[in-house]
Design a binder for this molecule. Structure first.
Ligand SMILES: NC(=O)c1ccc[n+]([C@@H]2O[C@H](COP(=O)([O-])OP(=O)(O)OC[C@H]3O[C@@H](n4cnc5c(N)ncnc54)[C@H](O)[C@@H]3O)[C@@H](O)[C@H]2O)c1
Ligand SMILES: O=P(O)(O)OC[C@H](O)CO
Length: 320
């Protein structure tokens, strides 16, 4: 059995995929009305419309009903993870907790596994990340993800438990690399969307993605990540997907920024808060991250896209 805490698009998609593969799955929704709606219609119309919930998927509203030691996938937005863990400490302890959120906490600069470690020391923290859209996973399309867990044996067990016919799970012990890849790619996706939204062209986007990848590597390697994690699914893989697809909310948010249009504030855009958290950390560590800096300045309204491009293009010429 597996449990998923958070019935947003991603949590629901993972729950569907695991249940369709024959596992018993409990999907927790914090809102009882939403839970009742899903039980009645066998669909998550609010977050993942058009996909039926398999019979093996049970909707729950109390985390206490999840049996002891069963792994729980935590699928809430990054900036909400702390609140959720504080509220449900007792129910979630003593088991593997797999963070599915991508980002860095704004108030502390911590990634998801460090937050789990801090708040629920009895849990085994892990991270599930990599190039994947909820809609693709829910429709049973082939997807490859990275499971990061510093404990090799626990990582192996989670890899087995989460692999399905369509979900191929790779494993690493490098939680820092996996987390930072997933966090920084969203910042670069905002920048890529902005460039495309403003009509600056695909060559400019390719340059931005490449130099964004260099920023991701600079920060992650300085924090002890392994280079192969960054060139894998959770780094390069996710950067490639998120910077090039209209399915990405970070990319679409960037497009709106580039076009000077507003964006629905109720949509989860992880890169917005994370860009500030990453920039703060980069400044402390004296790491040069000009694209991240430009994204933050555009979000603050202190820099227009054209000025940001001028700033990036007029930097001193250097070796690649
Ligand atoms: N959607 C995708 O395609 C996708 C793919 C890979 C990873 N992710 C990651 O998964 C995470 C969640 O994204 P999503 O797409 O499911 O978002 P979403 O906006 O669809 O859903 C977020 C869910 O979290 C719940 N929530 C918010 N605050 C909460 C709290 N304090 N306690 C409990 N529940 C709370 C909301 O009610 C909602 O059900 C993000 O970090 C995202 O980067 C998403
Ligand atoms: O829709 P986004 O931008 O949150 O991206 C979803 C996933 O992170 C892509 O791997």
């Amino acid at each position: 059995m597996i449990a998923v805490a958070g019935s947003g698009a991603f949590g629901t998609a993972l729950a569907i995929s695991l249940a369709a593969n024959g596992q018993a799955v409990q999907l927790w929704a914090r809102d009882p009305d939403h839970a009742e709606e899903m039980r009645r219609t066998r669909e998550n119309a609010r977050r993942l419309p058009g996909v039926a919930l398999p019979d093996a998927l049970q909707i729950i509203t109390e985390l206490e009903t999840i049996p002891a030691e069963i792994p729980v996938l935590l699928s809430v937005p990054m900036q909400r993870l702390r609140d959720m863990l504080v509220l449900h400490k007792l129910a979630l302890g003593g088991r593997p907790l797999v963070a599915c959120c991508k980002g860095v906490e704004l108030s502390t600069g911590l990634g998801p596994t460090a937050i789990i470690e801090e708040l629920i020391p009895s849990a085994m923290p892990a991270m599930l990340t990599g190039p994947s859209f909820a809609a693709d996973i829910a429709r049973g399309l082939p997807t490859a993800l990275t499971l990061a867990c510093h404990d090799r044996a626990a990582g192996r067990a989670l890899q087995q438990a989460l692999s399905t016919h369509n979900l191929r799970i790779y494993r690493t012990t490098d939680t820092i690399g996996a987390e930072l890849g997933g966090a920084v790619k969203n910042v670069i996706a905002i920048a890529s969307g902005a460039v495309m939204g403003a009509g600056l062209g695909e060559s400019a986007r390719a340059a931005l993605m490449t130099r964004g990848f260099a920023e991701m590597q600079r920060m992650a390697l300085a924090l002890g990540a392994q280079p192969e994690t960054l060139s894998g699914l959770s780094g390069f893989g996710d950067l490639a997907l998120t910077c090039t697809s209209d399915q990405s909310r970070n990319y679409r948010f960037g497009q709106s920024l580039g076009r000077g249009e507003s964006f629905d504030a109720s949509i989860t855009v992880e890169g917005a808060a994370t860009s500030r958290a990453v920039l703060e950390r980069a400044r402390e560590m004296k790491i040069d991250m000009p694209i991240t800096e430009a994204v933050v300045a555009m979000l603050d309204g202190t820099l227009q896209l054209r000025q940001a491009m001028e700033m990036l293009l007029s930097r001193p010429l250097k070796e690649e």
